[in-house]
Write a protein that binds this ligand. Structure first.
Ligand SMILES: [Zn+2]
Length: 349
């Protein structure tokens, strides 16, 4: 009787091992292996419940059954450990694959920035004038009233000062420059009595009511050439050459008489409208012409203030607005876009 019970339990153990191994092979996740453990090997599991019958065996029968039960338990525990290791590896591999970079995919294009339109125009201006032998001369943005006005033939009370209302610092007589022209005096005083050819680029400030074509901060590029035989023809030659390179060969230019306190005679230079080719459009106000710059022969008093003898030396000067050139060249209708940080402005150039 008890022999049959022993055989029975041994059979049950072998069957349990087979069933458990089959079930383990189908457990594909860590969670499923935990459930499997609880079903077969835990204290409430199927192996324990078989061993509960050990009590019905004789003292001689128990060791064999106990030995077999321990073997089954060891086999199943080893199998569980192997299974868990391989599932953990597979799960890790799946995560790695999901997060991995596919090097065969085409790259995403980088969104590159662009230079500001004014910067590009400034660089074009530098390139054209340096090719004609002009140096780039840097001068301060904070100036004295003397440099900004008086040495340029604009004494206190001169009516021309009305055109140059500016910002004052808390130090009396110290202002934000209204034009790059004070740089002329700095350059002359540095080089006199040597001949000079310089351009003076930089920011200028005016107390302006801001609108589509006026900002309180803007760029200017001043030019100055001084030597012993410089004439108005040199001025025209240099500026027409500049206009041809900036706007394209053969574009018509014209000079109109004008007035600046620091040049005599003074002119304004216009070029044929770049947008309508001279036919007339809203940008050129239907005149066919665009104002490009102001220029003239350096006033003898300014030459003298710079350290040159006006009976021996002559020179010409000019000043242009790169912001305005950029507006014209790229057909932009409002200077305020230049400071609004809207990158779409640069898409069109
Ligand atoms: Zn036009």
């Amino acid at each position: 009787m008890s022999k049959i019970v022993q055989q029975d339990i041994l059979q049950q153990l072998q069957q349990l091992q087979r069933v458990a191994q089959t079930a383990l092979a189908q457990a594909n996740t860590t969670e499923a292996t935990r459930e499997w453990y609880s079903e077969y090997l835990s204290r409430k599991g199927r192996l324990t419940s078989i061993l509960r019958n050990l009590g019905s065996l004789s003292a001689e029968e128990r060791p064999l059954v106990g030995k077999v039960a321990n073997e089954v338990k060891a086999v199943l525990e080893n199998a569980l450990q192997e299974r868990q290791t391989s599932i953990a590896q597979a799960e890790l591999e799946a995560v790695r694959r999901a997060e991995s970079v596919d090097v065969t995919l085409p790259g995403r294009p980088q969104n590159l920035g662009k230079l500001h339109i004014t910067t590009r125009v400034l660089r074009d201006i530098y390139a054209i004038f340096t090719a004609m032998g002009f140096q780039i001369y840097d001068s301060p943005e904070v100036e004295t009233d003397e440099y900004n006005f008086q040495l340029l033939n604009i004494p206190p009370g001169h009516p021309a000062r009305d055109m140059w209302d500016t910002f004052y610092t808390t130090t009396p007589g110290l202002i934000l420059r209204t034009h790059t022209s004070p740089g002329q005096i700095h350059a002359m005083r540095e080089y006199a009595p040597e001949p000079i050819r310089v351009i003076l680029p930089g920011k200028c400030y005016r107390y302006e009511a801001v609108d589509a074509s006026h900002e309180s901060m803007f760029y200017q590029v001043e030019g100055l050439a001084i030597g012993k035989h410089i004439t108005f023809s040199d001025l025209k030659g240099v500026l027409i050459n500049f206009a041809n390179q900036m706007y394209g060969e053969g574009r018509k230019a014209r000079f109109r008489k004008s007035y600046f306190p620091f040049t005599e005679p003074s002119v304004e230079m216009d070029i044929e409208c770049v947008l309508c080719g001279g036919k007339g459009c809203p940008v050129c106000k239907y005149s066919g012409w665009l104002e490009m710059l102001g220029a003239g022969m350096v006033h003898p008093r300014v030459l003298q203030n710079g350290g040159y003898d006006p009976t021996e030396f002559s020179g010409f000067a000019f000043g242009m607005g790169p912001d305005r050139i950029a507006l014209q060249k790229y057909g932009i209708d409002d200077i305020r876009y230049f400071f609004t940080n809207d990158a779409r402005l640069f898409e069109r150039v």
